[in-house]
Write a new protein. Structure first.
Length: 147
């Protein structure tokens, strides 16, 4: 893929979890522009108004105050502008019902967060490498991959 800055959308309310993710982005080895939302409502509004540029990858937490990450996932996948954006759920839940709901809502992957930082870093680096380097993206999404 061409060089540039990959755009990553993150829905994460926990500052510590976000710092680990942000650190993984810095360790990834290629530039990543991270846009963080702590709550679902402002993100849902931007999706509804289509003011959010389609990111190369969306990483969504499920458990948030107010609306859930599942609501964001469902809206992303039902909005033509964002339907091809890969959506990875990264959450503390390993509940089979949550996993099933996310895949039914067209999540591209589901990862349960782990407490051990080194293991979480390995998971995050693997996710970033796979979705931002290895996968051939839909041409519509690919424009946002390396702006």
């Amino acid at each position: 893929m061409s060089e540039g800055i990959a755009s990553l959308l993150v829905l994460e309310d926990n500052d510590e979890d976000f710092e680990v993710l942000n650190f993984a982005c810095r360790q990834y080895g290629k530039p990543v522009r991270v846009t963080r939302f702590r709550r679902a409502e402002p993100l849902l509004e931007q999706i509804e108004n289509q003011t959010l540029p389609p990111p190369a990858l969306a990483m969504l937490d499920l458990r948030l105050p107010g609306e859930s990450g599942l609501a964001v996932l469902e809206r992303l996948k039902k909005t033509p502008r964002y339907v091809s954006v890969p959506a990875v759920v990264l959450t503390t839940s390993s509940n089979p019902a949550d996993i099933a709901q996310c895949y039914q809502a067209c999540a591209n992957a589901f990862h349960a967060k782990v407490v051990e930082t080194e293991a979480m870093m390995r998971t995050l680096k693997s996710v970033l490498t796979y979705w931002l380097s290895d996968v051939v993206h839909c041409p519509v999404t690919r424009r946002s991959l390396h702006e």
